[in-house]
Design a protein around this ligand. Sequence first.
Ligand code: SIN
Length: 586
Amino acid sequence: MLETLGSVPAGPLPSRRTDGAGAADPPPLPELPLRLAAEAPGWVREVDVVVVGSGIAGLTAALECRDLGRVMVVTKDVVAAGSTPWAQGGIASVQDEGDTVEQHVNDTLIAGAGLCIEEAVRVLVGEGTEAVDTLISRGAEFDRDPNGDLQLTREGGHRRNRIAHAGGDATGAEIARALVHAVRSDPAIEIIEHALVLDLIPAATAPGEPPAVAGVTLHVLGEGSRTGVGAVHARAVVLATGGIGQIYAVTTNPGVSTGDGIAAALRAGARLRDIEFIQFHPTVLFLGAGARGQLPLVSEAVRGEGGHLLNAAGERFMVGQHELAELAPRDVVAKAIMRQMAAAGTDHVFVDGTMLGEETWRVRFPTILHSCRQMGINPAKDLIPVAPACHYFCGGVETDLDGATSLGGLYACGEVASSGVHGANRLASNSLLEGLVFARRIAARLRESLPQRRAPANDGRPPGLINASVITELQQIMSRDAGGLRSAVSLDRAARELRRLAERNHAEPGLEAWEATNLLTVAAAIVASGRLREESRGAHWRDDFDAECAEWQGHLITWLAGNSDPAGARGPARLDHGFEPRGDHR
Ligand code: SIN
């Protein structure tokens, strides 16, 4: 049995397969800092619950925890920034009389390619309808039909219309508006903006007690008494920091998605689950081969309304490949597009939404229409060039059904978390729902048993930093070698390259170096996990193991362990892994 820092056992990995083309002795990954180098905290605040992040998960957690004592939200940018406002398609839940929990569960399990935790999916779907109703009661206004019922639509992998949307394709923006208003109007919730959480503070624990956290250190670009590096001590820390899209050259994620929460959890010894499953959205507006950073999404809802995918020859290529054609699960469509591009030697395919007409584009897809117009495209008349780009982190910090992680006092919800609902490939529009449902469950758990306040431990973790000059190169390496299609050869090359970048470890503490260190930490962990999982499943597509493997039907657990020498000093941290087979998954 392997042991994590949290003393939670994870079993041995499936034996290595011999048919891959990787090095017999794979190149080592970079040594990673166990703590971000930063000045000592100049101020301390005591609260009961600190929520890190201000998307749908974080703000819902804060609102649900408001009666538990002093609640603080810390967020890296302004409270209205982050991934949630960019969500287009919508939020899935069982609302229609013809739909059932069973059908939504089933679609989620099929999309998850054998790795969803069915119990978690049943919680997600079973509690989803009420969670959406609560969101509506908090002020979110969804599009409705002339009878006043929710206008429900469909996206990839759904066999029923069950996706509610707002402002046509501005669903996330409307949800963010309502939740930001609710949180800002609530005097029980304190908000600190422009606050990058650096690390989780380890708690002093009794001998034999599992590791726990006592709060966070953070850097605030503020005015007044809370500026510079500080510490927030809390009985419970709720991580809701979102995703990791910025480790790739092109992504639908905003600039703040640098994996800060994942990296901090890893440094603190938390277990991560299934982080090799990075979802590439099939249809992201293609802005040219040199485009970098956040790119506009062309929602699956366009295909849900009847849009088609065409290859360079103008042919529909999804028909005959999957019973749902263009509405197949996202991994299936992304792979088909990548195959089309490789076969034709092109860097994009097309969404044809010309049949939808001007009025549908104007009313139903105003955001996409605006992005297209900026490129001189009229989607009612022209084909839209699209290509896959990094969209969603399906794995994350491992949690139980109440959002509790492997560390005492640490909870996680939303994209940063692996609650088990997404498996190897998230079903469209289940992400906003996950944020809502599991934030509520964390609050319910804390209401039952808010952890006792723990004193911070003496933090002996050696600090380190990576120079911000690595970021562009890191993104290129990850896109080329650890993106939508990987192999042992490409992942070994990525490992070598990341190790080279990690040598640029002279940096002054500051936002860019902290982000660079987080990006490199998460990238290394993804490469390590991707290299181990010798199969193709869901969003993890290996050129050298092009099919699912029964032995790999299970969860790959990753954690960061500091080596201890006999004198008790800590050496550089290394990534470690364990495996949990899940024969019971559908
Ligand atoms: C989309 O609108 O296509 C994206 C929805 C999602 O990520 O679930």
